[in-house]
Design a protein around this ligand. Structure first.
Ligand code: GLV
Ligand code: GLV
Length: 332
């Protein structure tokens, strides 16, 4: 029997081709709301759901679901209640590894873009106001010799550190804020002697650029709140390529408006696709539409991983990348 695969929207090639070759594919004509998705997953007509970040896979959906698993087209999986999935023996797949460098590139882009006021500069040229080289035109901040503070030191945090070191930055990190955990020299590997671990509050206080690389969960929601923003240097910039709710966005708007920090570069937002009121009016921001992994090759690789995970789950096999392998119950 071919696995019956439900998609709420198409994924890039070669993902669709893999799915059509191996399975019986149902591609919905429009993205369903949570109630409609719950009904579809409960119908018994599908073995696996291939979901995207916009699909909310909550505890109610999972309690009613008759699917073996959910293959998420993303590395992050905060749209899925993994604990509930595990409880019901529903596997959750994700796409780790392939988007590490692309996302770190966007973190570096936001560091450079906020420092050098790229949006203001581009706007000035486009509006016809560029009147020639001027010694004081759009002076920004340096990155070399400045301190990059990393919240999180996983794959993407490390890839960002690698880039920042090449730009002559000093890199400090806290591996799992707000909790502390000592990272051994062994674990540091290539970074031993090149980056320094500090307590989270020290990372915040010392950073000229604070870049967020933690997953969203109960501990990290609003990790960067009004108090943390206040503890940053007034000359510092905040960069977020992880998940919006890690930052209290309303508090960030206030901090930017009042000069509590110098600027922010964001690829993710607390209530995507909505933005906190006032954010777009602030000149000291660079605002991207959640494109961390958006290169043609990377989105293709994510599609392959998501398709393979979906096919394996649908067949009752353990997928290559499961975030809750303990939910595996084998073919039934
Ligand atoms: C994108 O944000 C992802 O988690 O893959
Ligand atoms: C995420 O941390 C990744 O490297 O995929």
């Amino acid at each position: 029997m071919k696995p019956r695969i439900l998609l709420t929207a198409a994924i890039p090639e070669p993902g669709m081709e893999l799915l059509y070759d191996a399975g019986e594919v149902t591609l919905l004509p429009e993205v369903p709301d949570t109630a409609a998705l719950t009904a579809l997953c409960a119908s018994g007509d599908f073995d696996v759901l291939l979901s995207r970040l916009g699909d909310t896979v909550d505890a109610d959906l999972l309690a009613a679901a008759k699917v073996r698993g959910v293959s998420n087209y993303a590395v992050g999986f905060n749209n899925i209640d993994v604990e509930a999935a595990t409880k019901h023996g529903i596997l959750v797949g994700n796409t780790p590894g392939v988007l590490t460098d692309a996302t770190a590139d966007v973190a570096m882009l936001l560091i450079l873009g906020t420092a050098r006021r790229v949006v203001e500069a581009d706007t000035l040229v486009r509006s016809g106001q560029f009147s020639g080289w001027n010694p004081e035109l759009l002076m920004g901040a340096d990155v070399s010799g400045q301190v990059l503070g990393l919240a999180g030191f996983g794959r993407i945090g490390r890839a960002t550190a690698r880039r920042a070191l090449a730009f002559g930055m000093d890199v400090v990190f806290s591996p799992r804020p707000p909790q502390e955990r000592i990272v051994s020299a062994d674990e540091l590997g290539e970074f031993a002697g090149k980056v320094r671990q500090l307590p989270w509050d020290e990372v915040v206080a010392q950073a000229d650029f604070l870049s967020i690389h933690v997953p969203l969960n109960g501990q990290t929601r609003h990790l960067v709140d009004a108090a943390v923003l206040k503890a940053m240097k007034p000359s510092a910039f905040l960069v977020n390529t992880s998940r919006g709710p890690v930052v209290d966005e309303a508090a960030l708007v206030t901090a930017l408006r009042e000069g509590v920090i110098a600027g922010a570069g964001l690829d993710v937002y607390e209530n995507e696709p909505e933005l906190a009121s006032g954010l777009t009016e602030l000149p000291n921001t660079v605002l991207l539409p959640h494109i961390g992994s958006a290169t043609v090759p990377v989105r293709g690789k994510m599609a392959v991983l998501a398709a393979r995970n979906a096919i394996a789950i649908g067949k009752g096999e353990m997928p290559e990348f499961a975030v809750n392998p303990e939910a595996f119950r084998g073919a039934q």
